[in-house]
Design a protein around this ligand. Structure first.
Ligand code: NDP
Length: 321
């Protein structure tokens, strides 16, 4: 019987894992989804108490200080320190309490700024990250270093996944911290409700930046399925990119168009080029994933956006906004 502890179990990815596990009802695994109310993982004693109580054999480590471009740009020191603390507490406590497998989350946005494309698992440490999020990036990169060190010294199977941008139900819609998709969903919903009496043709939705940057987006429910596969079947310390295919990359403007379609918004979309764009692109190769899971079908982007917008509308009161 595996006992799986999910740190960050109340967040976007944690809730998606919970939804899949509720549907699957595995008989040989018991799952516990921990949020920050269960333990503040920046605190070692609280982390140890959580592990002592839940006695996990396996950990999916999602908990992190997470935020979009603007939140990162203004808070690099906090992103660095909080994430270093959380990761060190979780990995060392997992080791001390005998957990056999830990899967932590890196991100495609921690890769070198100056690089060749597509980026892949072997390139994480090849050069400095984009200056906008260096705190988050270096803290995340060190997880990979720690995983190798736990393997070298103790033979532990502590590994990591590298998702591209994630979106879905239970996202974080708070304007000051949100990523691009939840940020746009929140702003468009606000515009539609606040300007209910304005004719559609006069409504204007602003896309921050030029709209030109390219991104790969993975639906949280797809990522959850892939992470469960990693838990059960991927037995290497080396990270693995969990991303949609390169052909599924979209521009930020296309994201706005998909969200507008989901809201049936018929107004204008304009770009505010005075706002930062962040990295122009960070195209990642999922060739390693494809070599192991060639048949996996990702949810179509427009369908996943539609479901995410519907979730936000139906759960507006309790959404993190
Ligand atoms: P969310 O912001 O939705 O959730 C963060 C989770 O971490 C919450 O459950 C939160 O708990 C928990 N948490 C934060 N600080 C602490 C703390 N001090 N102690 C205990 N728990 C804490 O994040 P996501 O689900 O989006 O991200 C999951 C993982 O995926 C993260 O590691 C992130 O870096 C990574 N990632 C995310 C991407 C994205 O686009 N969202 C892209 C690539 C990687 P609570 O809510 O209870 O306070």
């Amino acid at each position: 019987m595996k006992k799986v502890l999910v740190t960050g179990g109340t967040g976007l990815v944690g809730k998606a894992l919970e939804a899949i596990i509720k549907k699957e009802r595995p008989t040989d695994e018991e799952w516990y989804f921990a949020g920050s109310k269960d333990a503040d993982l920046t605190n070692l004693a609280a982390t140890q108490a959580l592990f002592a109580k839940e006695k996990p054999t396996h950990v999916i480590h999602l908990a992190a200080m997470v935020g979009g471009l603007f939140h990162n740009m203004n808070n690099n020191l906090d992103f660095l320190r909080n994430n270093l603390l959380i990761n060190d507490n979780v990995l060392q406590t997992a080791h001390e309490q005998g957990c056999t497998k830990v899967i932590s989350c890196l991100s495609t946005c921690i890769f070198p700024d100056k690089t060749t494309y597509p980026i892949d698992e072997t390139m994480v440490h090849n050069g400095p990250p984009h200056p906008s999020n260096y705190g988050y990036s270096y803290a995340k990169r060190l997880i990979d270093i720690q995983n190798h060190a736990y393997n070298d010294k103790y033979g532990r199977l502590y590994t990591s996944v590298i998702p591209c941008n994630i979106f879905g139900p239970h996202d974080n819609y708070k304007p000051e911290v949100s990523h691009v998709i939840p940020g746009m969903i929140n702003r468009m919903h606000k515009l539609i409700t606040e300007q209910a009496d304005t004719p559609e043709s006069e409504k204007v939705f602003t896309v921050f930046g030029s709209g030109k940057p390219l991104r790969q987006f993975i639906y949280s429910l797809d990522l959850a399925e892939l992470m469960i596969w990693v838990l059960r079947s991927y037995d290497s310390v080396e990270p693995i990119v969990l991303s949609v295919d390169e052909a599924q990359e979209v521009t930020i403007f296309e994201v706005a168009q998909a969200i507008a379609t989901a809201f049936e918004f018929k107004g204008k979309l304009v770009c505010d080029t005075s706002k930062a764009d962040g990295q122009y692109k960070k195209t990642a190769s999922n060739a390693k994933l494809r070599s192991l899971l060639p048949e996996y079908t990702f949810t179509d982007f427009e369908t996943a956006i539609k479901t995410s917008v519907e979730w936000y509308r139906s759960n507006y009161e309790q959404a993190r906004k």
